[in-house]
Design a protein around this ligand. Structure first.
Ligand SMILES: CC(C)(COP(=O)(O)OP(=O)(O)OC[C@H]1O[C@@H](n2cnc3c(N)ncnc32)[C@H](O)[C@@H]1OP(=O)(O)O)[C@@H](O)C(=O)NCCC(=O)NCCS
Length: 153
C-alpha cells in the first residue's frame, strides 16, 4: 500500500518529479499543466504538501495533495489527485485528515478550493467533509465551469 509522505516545495522538485506530477494531473483531472506552472505553485513544506508514493522514484508517484495557507484564517487546496488504481481505498480521506489537523494546528479555521462542476465524485467527497459550494467560476478550467467550495475546519 502506498504511503503519504511530506513533499518538497514544487520549485525544489526535479524535472522527473514535475513530469510525473503533470502526468498524474492529466490522467486524473484532464487538466494540462506546463512544468513551469507546476514549479511556480507556492506550496510550502508542511503536512498540507503530501505525496502518495509506492517507492522512491518519480514513477512511483500514486497521488498528491497540495495545499497552502491562503490567509490567516483560510487554507486552500490547490491540487488533489490519486491514481485511479488507488482511489476508493480511503487514501484520499487519510491525506484530507492529515491536512485538516495540520491546518487547524496552524491556526486556520476554513478550507477553500476550486473544483470542476462536472466532477461529481470530488464534489460529493468535499460535501461529505463539510464543504459547501459558495460560488461559480467561468473559464477557470480548460473546458467547463468550476465551483468554489468552502468549509469550516
Ligand atoms: C477525489 C479523490 C482525491 C478522493 O480520494 P479517494 O482516495 O478516492 O477517496 P477515499 O477512498 O478516501 O474516499 C472516497 C469514498 O470511498 C469510501 N472509502 C473509504 N475507505 C474505503 C475503503 N477502504 N474501500 C472502499 N471505499 C472506501 C469513503 O467512504 C468515501 O466516501 P465518502 O466520501 O462518502 O466518505 C480521488 O477520487 C481522485 O483523485 N479523483 C480524481 C481527481 C480529482 O477529482 N481530484 C479532485 C480535484 S478538485
Amino acid at each position: 500500500m502506498p504511503q503519504w509522505v511530506e513533499g518538497l516545495t514544487p520549485s525544489e522538485l526535479s524535472d522527473e518529479w514535475i513530469s510525473a506530477i503533470a502526468k498524474l494531473f492529466l490522467a486524473e483531472t484532464g487538466e494540462i499543466y506546463n512544468p513551469a506552472a507546476i514549479r511556480a505553485l507556492p506550496i510550502p513544506i508542511w503536512r498540507g504538501n503530501l505525496l502518495l508514493i509506492d517507492g522512491d522514484k518519480p514513477s512511483d508517484l500514486a497521488g498528491l495533495l497540495w495545499c497552502m495557507p491562503y490567509s490567516e484564517t483560510r487554507a486552500r487546496v490547490v491540487a488533489f489527485a490519486i491514481h485511479e488504481i488507488h482511489q476508493s481505498k480511503g487514501l484520499g480521506t487519510q491525506a484530507w485528515d492529515i491536512f485538516c489537523d495540520t491546518a487547524r494546528e496552524a491556526g486556520h479555521c476554513e478550507i477553500q478550493l476550486e473544483v470542476r462542476k462536472s466532477n461529481e465524485r470530488a464534489i460529493a467527497f468535499y460535501k461529505e467533509r463539510g464543504l459547501e459550494i459558495i460560488g461559480k467560476i467561468e473559464g477557470y478550467y480548460s473546458n467547463g465551469v468550476g465551483y468554489v467550495m468552502r468549509g469550516q475546519l
